[in-house]
Write a protein that binds this ligand. Structure first.
Ligand code: NAG
Ligand code: NAG
Ligand code: NAG
Ligand code: NAG
Ligand code: NAG
Ligand code: NAG
Ligand code: NAG
Ligand code: NAG
Ligand code: NAG
Ligand code: NAG
Length: 721
């Protein structure tokens, strides 16, 4: 403990500039996306903050005044209230999920109230399981129709783990591919979307027979329908129409196994339950005929309830194919819900649509998309023809979430390398900043865009476009000094270094250890067009590695303030694979130390992962069809050259990539006498989640790189002898 406090005090006394530390990153307030009320003058968001002093997290609901930017407490305890939804057609009416249920242990309750008088809220429904993901619509009669989700038994009843009988043994028996995913082993229960009605004529009591499982009855022969799609899906995976008459949800293809295929469909059904939900883009649909073989997402009804927008990928078992925007007309007639007029809106736009928000009168759709290392907002008229290419509306910072206000202006929640959260409105191209964490949070004092820049360099693949990299300097950067390089390689591989905040791989925190961070976006990176993404297929250690060599050479030749002789390289996931690949190749000899977090060391073991479609696509086939490609890009084949000191982190709950990859890497390095350390967190998955673990991760990684790059003594924390 003294070690950390000492560091914090040394910083506090410095004054002139602030330096970002592990404590500061992990104790900075974390704010959610601001959700505006129906009239667009107020927004609500959550905030939580970890205290290292008290070893506890405090959380709150706060209100943002969209005219003044004033922030106030919402008067609802975050310990008691899990979620809050605005009630359409009111100014400040709310429906919220209370985390407790006095009648049913492990259940929750629904409460209705007014954010101006939160203490007068009334309990309206008892829900018998830990439901979440509340969405609400107001019908023409004034009833409230809502959607929530929960795990459910095979018979459709919501699953309440607190009431479930305790099994007599711990055995888990499987008979098909996909026994576990991300950080959990599959059980017989699956997530399902449930709908309920609160009746205006009886004080919003829950109509009989309570909540209804909208996935019940959907036919399948291989994969039982599940929504939200696990483990990352949430309420974005389903929607209720504004008139409360229809629902839509996402589920994986029922006739394909979940491990080898990405295919998923949007299902639509009537809220009154008179018809079982049907896939609108499944087999023998218009979408199918047009070549849709991949995943779907973001079902979003138009304000007039007559259209549904969603995204789709075409490619079979290709999770990084282009996400395009589609719209269909929806109508509910005597023969149930039907769709027509299926229309792609972004067929010629070489970007991934990643969020959907309708304009208030349904004339256009605002979407978010990565574009040149920034997550930006674009606008697409629903009348757009196939050649339409939208223009970006935002710049500099990255959009984390946004809403369209009644006057068509946007309320944006954003982040940047220097900010955990900015809230701003965008009205006819004019940005009005309502809040910026960097101005308010003492943990972020002194951060700003002054340390951040970008470089472009020529890549290996012969593409016309140059490759992009972020460059982040230390807060106390002095122009006539040099700083060792921290070369940070992103995961994916189909993802990107963005101008966005991260607690886990925070660029500024690395820079403030006295490095120049260069974070390249090589072949495989997203946001620069599909060609660069697709080019990594079957070539993991090829073009991306050559790009990284060229990026390194560019830095050496063009950035005089970077000391490449004492640099280090680090990466997680695919970035970990690449660090291990670098260890076996010439670039590995250019670094004083390497850091691998949860990275592949042995591609022949890659079928121990969960999402097998990923290797199947990226290595040009299954391991039995395409063994030579798995073999070609195996870091283990270059073990003879492993010689650079390496720090390895591998977490036990990482089912994306089992810890045996980190262990064999470490054991081989140890056996060869290459300096190395192994850090394992038994309670973390592919990514670090908790502040105490997160701080220890940074302290030990920095101790390692500072030792090999700058001669700082190694600490005595490691278990040895
Ligand atoms: C720790 O808890 C004490 C007592 O409740 C409180 O006064 C203090 O503000 C807390 N510290 C932090 C950093 O939250
Ligand atoms: C939540 O429910 C509990 C009872 O289970 C009640 O005591 C508490 O006041 C409720 N809180 C809110 C904010 O509704
Ligand atoms: C569904 O199965 C669970 C667990 O076996 C059981 O507790 C519940 O009563 C069943 N529900 C119905 C409607 O049969
Ligand atoms: C309340 O409205 C529902 C339909 O929304 C109707 O079935 C019910 O009879 C009404 N109850 C009363 C007391 O009016
Ligand atoms: C499952 O259903 C699909 C059509 O929906 C069919 O093509 C396939 O053969 C079926 N698979 C099995 C194993 O029954
Ligand atoms: C859109 O992106 C371009 C390229 O990054 C930038 O120059 C322009 O300022 C952006 N437009 C807006 C409205 O921010
Ligand atoms: C934006 O500008 C247009 C044309 O100048 C105007 O008609 C519209 O009202 C403006 N919208 C907002 C939200 O200010
Ligand atoms: C570096 O620059 C600072 C001012 O930025 C100056 O005080 C110092 O003398 C310079 N050092 C060298 C070695 O040029
Ligand atoms: C993998 O497939 C891609 C796309 O079809 C092709 O360009 C590439 O050459 C293939 N690579 C290997 C190693 O088979
Ligand atoms: C080790 O590196 C040398 C020098 O680049 C290279 O010639 C050799 O092929 C490498 N060996 C392996 C097993 O990768």
């Amino acid at each position: 403990m003294a070690r950390y406090l000492g560091l914090a005090m040394a910083l506090a006394s410095h004054g002139a500039f602030a330096v970002l530390t592990p404590e500061l990153v992990w104790s900075a307030p974390q704010r959610g996306v601001a959700t505006p009320n129906p009239t667009g003058d107020l927004a609500i968001f959550s905030v939580s903050e970890y205290s290292f002093e008290n070893q506890s997290t405090s959380a709150a609901w706060q209100l943002l005044d969209l005219k003044t930017g004033k922030i106030s407490d919402a008067g609802l305890s975050a310990a008691e209230v899990n979620e809050i939804a605005w009630i359409p057609g009111t100014e400040t009416g709310i429906l919220y999920i209370n985390a407790t249920n006095e009648k049913v242990p492990g259940g929750v309750t629904l409460w209705i109230g007014d954010i101006k008088k939160p203490s007068e809220s009334k309990l309206v429904a008892s829900l018998e399981a830990p439901f979440s993901g509340l969405k609400v619509a107001k019908t023409s009669t004034g009833d409230l129709h809502f959607l929530v989700n929960s795990l459910a038994y095979q018979n459709g009843t919501a699953f309440n783990p607190e009431l479930a009988p305790k099994p007599r043994h711990t055995g888990r028996l499987y008979e098909n591919i996909y026994p576990r995913h991300w950080d959990r082993w599959l059980t017989k229960e699956r997530y399902a979307v449930f709908g309920g009605r609160l009746l205006v004529n009886s004080s919003y009591s829950l109509a009989q027979p309570g909540v209804r499982n909208f996935l019940q009855g959907v036919e399948f022969n291989i994969t039982r329908p599940e929504s939200p799609v696990q483990p990352f899906g949430g309420s974005d995976d389903y929607d209720i129409s504004a008139d409360g008459k229809l629902f839509a949800f996402l589920s994986k293809a029922p006739h394909l196994n979940k491990a080898e295929f990405t295919a998923s469909y949007i299902y639509v059904g009537p809220f009154d339950g008179s018809q079982v939900a049907k896939a609108i883009n499944g087999p023998s649909s218009e979408a199918d005929a047009a070549g849709h073989k991949g995943a779907s997402g973001l079902p979003t009804f138009s304000p007039d309830s007559c259209k549904l927008a969603f995204i789709q990928q075409d490619g079979d078992y290709y999770e990084s194919d282009r996400w395009q925007l589609y719209v269909v007309d929806i109508s509910k007639g005597a023969d149930g819900v039907t769709t027509s007029n299926y229309k792609p809106l972004t067929a010629k736009w070489d970007r991934w649509v990643a969020a959907i928000k309708w304009a208030p009168r349904g004339e256009s759709i605002y979407v978010a998309a990565e574009d040149y290392a920034i997550n930006r907002i674009f606008n697409i008229p629903t009348s757009a023809d196939g050649d339409f290419v939208p223009k970006n509306q935002t710049s500099v910072t990255s959009v984390a979430g946004f809403y369209v206000l009644p006057d068509s202006s946007l309320l944006v929640s954003a982040t940047a390398v220097w900010s955990t959260r900015d809230f701003y409105t965008l009205r006819n191209g004019t940005q009005k900043v309502l809040f910026s964490s960097t101005k308010v949070d003492q943990q972020l004092a002194g951060l700003g865009p002054h340390t951040y820049s970008e470089i472009f360099f020529t890549g290996s693949a012969g593409l016309e476009q140059k490759l992009h990299a972020l460059v982040v300097k230390p807060s106390n950067f002095v122009a006539n000094k040099t700083y060792p390089l921290a070369y940070i390689i992103h995961g994916g591989p189909q993802s990107a270094h963005l101008n966005a905040w991260s607690n886990r791989w925070n660029y500024q925190i690395w820079a403030d250890q006295g490095y120049i961070v260069v974070a390249p976006n090589p072949t495989g990176s997203t946001g620069f067009g599909q060609q660069l993404i697709d080019a990594i297929q079957g070539d993991w250690g090829g073009a991306p590695y050559e790009d990284l060599v060229l990026g390194w050479e560019y830095v050496k030749e063009n950035l005089p303030f970077v000391d490449t002789d004492n640099g280090i390289a680090a990466g997680a996931s695919f970035g970990g694979f690449m660090t291990n690949w670098i260890q076996g190749h010439d670039l590995g000899r250019k670094f004083k130390a390497l850091v691998t977090h949860d990275g592949i060391s042995q591609t022949l073991a890659s079928y121990a992962t969960d999402e097998l479609w990923f290797m199947r696509h990226d290595f040009n086939g299954t391991i039995y069809e395409s063994l030579d490609v798995y073999e070609r890009w195996n870091p283990m084949n270059h073990v003879a050259n492993w010689s650079t000191p390496q720090f390895i982190i591998h977490n036990t709950l990482d089912y994306r990539l089992p810890e045996s990859d980190g262990l064999s890497l470490f054991n081989i390095l140890q056996s060869k006498g290459v300096p190395s350390r192994f850090l394992n967190f038994p309670d973390e998955h592919h990514q670090m989640r908790t502040p105490e673990n997160g701080r220890f991760w940074y302290e030990e990684v920095f101790n390692w790189v500072n030792h090999w790059s700058k001669g700082v003594p190694l600490d005595k924390e490691a278990i040895g002898e």
